[in-house]
Write a protein that binds this ligand. Structure first.
Ligand SMILES: Nc1ncnc2c1ncn2[C@@H]1O[C@H](COP(=O)(O)OP(=O)(O)OP(=O)(O)O)[C@@H](O)[C@H]1O
Ligand SMILES: [Mg+2]
Length: 323
């Protein structure tokens, strides 16, 4: 709104608060015995953005999030959440954040409405139950005991529980795991609505599409490290000017030889697909078809696409991020 007024004189306190990162992580480390779960990471989340931690199983996402939520103590590093040291004073952030845990045990014999009302009673300020039911589309199941909910419904209830206290910052740990595509899209639109209201969202995911569709910025994590950070467009264009020409792998074609075809910058094989990253799609496809024809072959399911986050991940880690 009035942010442009900054130039006329010093920043107002409100503006300063708006510009201060909502989350600041620096040099964060956590190990469990011999396992280094988080190995010196840093990032900052701005007010009002949807920030994604993207990474495979065991990357350290949940550990990071639980430290930010004040549920775990770090071994080293600093974590400031809403300007507060989350490791030292977790009780001071509790009222202001919403937490959806990756593994939830809900009270099995309480109904959806009863669980929501129970959680609402923990806070001074809370959202109306009807709003919460509507937000996660659980109105029809309001009187069902939670043990009778499907996996996806349970997941949605856990998201509603994260919103009970109308938090300014919400943590969602793999919120759409186990949801069908329709429920997933509906959760994405809920998260977008939260952003429109000015809520900051930090979510973890291993779905590329979720990160691409939903997140303003993404930190790619693997083995306790943040490998890259930025908008999806930045991550893709930082690495790939090229297009990807892909087809079902032909065992007769040598990967090194493919790498030498016209225009090709890099050739990789992943999950039965050969991917040629090329600066010149026409020349590469021409050369590929000439080569396969000479061998009496034809590439199946030949296609062209822009590089995606999946390609970024593959390039960064040497392995794919798939279910
Ligand atoms: N309580 C614990 N005790 C011992 N090791 C743990 C504990 N929690 C996590 N780990 C280990 O720490 C590493 C990071 O785990 P974490 O749960 O943070 O990963 P994640 O990115 O959330 O994975 P996922 O996608 O499977 O949820 C893993 O190697 C895991 O086995
Ligand atoms: Mg996890």
């Amino acid at each position: 709104m009035a942010r442009g007024a900054d130039c006329s004189g010093g920043r107002s306190g409100l503006n300063a608060e708006l510009q201060e990162p909502v989350i600041e992580v620096d040099g964060l480390r956590k190990r469990y015995g011999d396992v280094v779960a988080v190995d010196g990471i840093g990032f900052a989340v701005r007010r009002g953005e949807i920030f994604g931690l993207l990474g495979p199983n065991g990357a350290g996402k949940t550990t990071t999030v639980e430290i930010l939520e004040g549920l775990r103590k770090p071994d080293a590093g600093t974590v400031r959440v809403l300007g507060i040291d989350a490791a030292r004073a977790p009780e001071r952030i509790k009222e202001r954040i919403g937490v959806q845990l990756q593994t939830v045990s809900l009270y099995p014999f309480l109904t959806v409405t009863e669980v929501l009302d129970l959680f609402r009673s923990f806070y001074r300020h809370s959202m109306p139950t009807a709003w919460l039911l509507e937000a996660v589309e659980l109105g029809e199941r309001r009187d069902a005991q939670t043990r009778h909910l499907s996996g996806g419904q349970r997941q949605r209830l856990s998201v509603a529980l994260a919103l009970v206290n109308d938090p300014e910052l919400v943590f969602l740990d793999e919120p759409t795991t186990g949801m069908d595509p329709q429920a997933r899209r509906s959760l994405w639109s809920l998260v977008q609505r939260l952003r429109e209201q000015g809520t900051t969202v930090l979510l973890t995911t291993h779905y590329m599409e979720e990160a691409e569709q939903l997140c303003d910025r993404v930190a790619v994590m693997d083995h306790g490290h943040v490998l890259e950070l930025g908008t999806v467009d930045e991550l893709v264009s930082r690495r790939f000017r090229e297009r990807a020409v892909h087809f079902e792998t032909l065992p007769e074609l040598d990967l090194r030889e493919l790498g030498d075809l016209a225009g090709v910058k890099r050739a990789v094989v992943e999950d039965g697909q050969t991917v040629l990253y090329t600066a010149d799609v026409g020349a590469t496809i021409g050369a590929l078809l000439a080569r396969t024809e000479a061998l009496g072959l034809e590439p199946r399911n030949l296609g062209i696409r822009r590089a995606t986050l999946e390609d970024v991940f593959l390039d960064l880690t040497g392995h794919a991020l798939r279910e």
